[in-house]
Design a binder for this molecule. Structure first.
Ligand SMILES: [Zn+2]
Length: 212
């Protein structure tokens, strides 16, 4: 799949002199570049110029660019969902993800996944057994989060998150029909402060995808 982006590729950098944030292409030979704003000399291995939060921030910019401009015009085929999942997992700095899509018998079929092998075989088995419950929950509630140890209830459905990951679900719609869901595994130590932002982010991405 040809994925274009209007956000330049490069190493996420914050200029220690003028504080400008930019994706910088450093010289592979010398490891230096000049700040696009103030012209100061920058070094790729300067710890002052690197901030780990910049990487997900830049990925989110690229992802939103892609969704807003390109993804809404693409066929929603397997390659499309793979790209979507990959970018979502990187943007949220998450560990793993899956996308389940409705088949012709209105049952969820796993269409792609990433990072699940790192979660262990137990988790892979669990997702196969619980997918129909997740599918029905996402249909009824849209995006939702289940914290480690929490129980999520929707009408008569119940799911207990026995893993030590935060689970984030987003419902996917296509031409106003419920089309499936995306699930993201994330390890985080600051659940309360970040969760509303995650939900809003996933909801907005899903809205953009479905309303070209
Ligand atoms: Zn600068």
């Amino acid at each position: 799949m040809n994925v274009s982006s209007r956000t330049p590729e490069g190493f996420p950098t914050r200029c220690p002199h003028c504080q400008a944030e930019a994706a910088i292409e450093y010289s592979p030979e010398t490891g230096d570049a000049s700040c696009p704003v103030c012209g100061s000399l920058l070094w790729k291995n300067d710890p002052l110029a690197y901030n780990p939060i910049l990487e997900p921030k830049f990925e989110i910019q690229k992802f939103v660019d892609w969704v807003a401009v390109d993804a809404v015009h693409l066929d929603h085929d397997e390659a499309f969902y793979e790209t979507l999942l990959h970018r979502l997992v990187i943007s949220l700095a998450a560990h793993a993800g899956q996308i389940w899509i409705t088949d012709s018998a209105n049952r969820p079929q796993k269409i792609c996944e990433t990072g699940i092998e790192k979660l262990g075989q137990d988790m892979a088995d669990t997702t196969e057994n619980i997918a129909e419950t997740w599918y029905a929950m996402a249909h009824q509630t849209g995006a939702f989060l289940v914290e480690p140890g929490a129980i999520h209830c929707v009408s008569s459905l119940e799911f207990e998150n026995t893993s030590d990951f935060l689970l984030l679900f987003g419902s996917m719609w296509r031409k106003e029909e419920y089309n499936g869901f995306v699930v993201i595994w994330q390890r985080t130590t600051d659940l309360a402060r970040t969760k509303r932002g995650y939900l809003r982010f996933v909801e907005q991405i899903c809205e953009l995808l479905n309303n070209p």
